[in-house]
Design a protein around this ligand. Structure first.
Ligand code: GTP
Ligand code: MG
Length: 135
C-alpha cells in the first residue's frame, strides 16, 4: 500500500473546497491517515518546491502558497500516488478534464495554473520526501 502527500492549496481552502476534495478521495476508496491545517512558511515551501527553484513561476508560487492556510493530507491506497494525480487532473485547470478536481473547480483565469487547488506527490521518492517535510 502506497502513501502520498496531498495538499489542499490556499485557493482550495479559501473557496471551502476542502470537504469536496476529501469526499472525492474517500469516495475513491483511499484512506485518510493524517490531516492538518498548516500556515506554511518560506523555509518549508523552499524545501517542498526545491525542484522548481529558478523557474519563472517559482517566486509567485511560493508567495501564493503562503497566502493562507493549506490542508495537508496523508493518504493511503493501492497506487494512490498515480491515482490521486488522475483525480486531481492535469496541472493547468483551463484544460484539465471534467470529472477531475482541477477540471471541475479550477477557474479559467490568469492565475489558473498557479491556483490549481491541490498538490499531489508525483513519485514514491517525492511522496516519502514530502510526507517527511509536512508531517
Ligand atoms: P503539483 O501537484 O502541485 O506539484 O502539480 P504538478 O505536479 O501538476 O505541477 P508541477 O510540479 O510541475 O508544478 C508545481 C506547481 O507549480 C503547480 O501545481 C502549479 O501550481 C505551479 N506551476 C507549474 N507550472 C506553472 C506555470 O507554468 N506557471 C505558473 N504560474 N505556475 C505553474
Ligand atoms: Mg508536482
Amino acid at each position: 500500500i502506497e502513501e502520498t502527500l496531498v495538499l489542499v492549496k490556499p485557493d482550495g481552502v479559501a473557496r471551502n473546497l476542502t470537504g469536496e476534495i476529501l469526499r472525492r478521495i474517500e469516495a475513491k476508496g483511499y484512506s485518510l491517515v493524517d490531516i492538518k491545517l498548516v500556515q506554511a512558511d518560506r523555509e518549508l515551501l523552499a524545501k517542498h518546491y526545491a525542484e522548481h527553484e529558478g523557474k519563472p513561476f517559482y517566486e509567485p508560487l511560493v508567495e501564493f502558497m503562503q497566502s493562507g492556510p493549506v490542508v495537508a493530507l496523508r493518504v493511503a491506497g493501492n497506487r494512490v500516488i498515480e491515482g490521486f494525480r488522475v483525480l486531481a487532473g492535469t496541472t493547468d485547470p483551463t484544460t484539465a478534464a471534467p470529472g477531475s478536481i482541477r477540471g471541475d473547480f479550477g477557474r479559467d483565469w490568469g492565475l489558473a495554473v498557479q491556483q490549481n487547488l491541490v498538490h499531489g506527490s508525483d513519485s514514491v521518492e517525492s511522496a516519502e520526501r514530502e510526507l517527511a517535510l509536512w508531517f
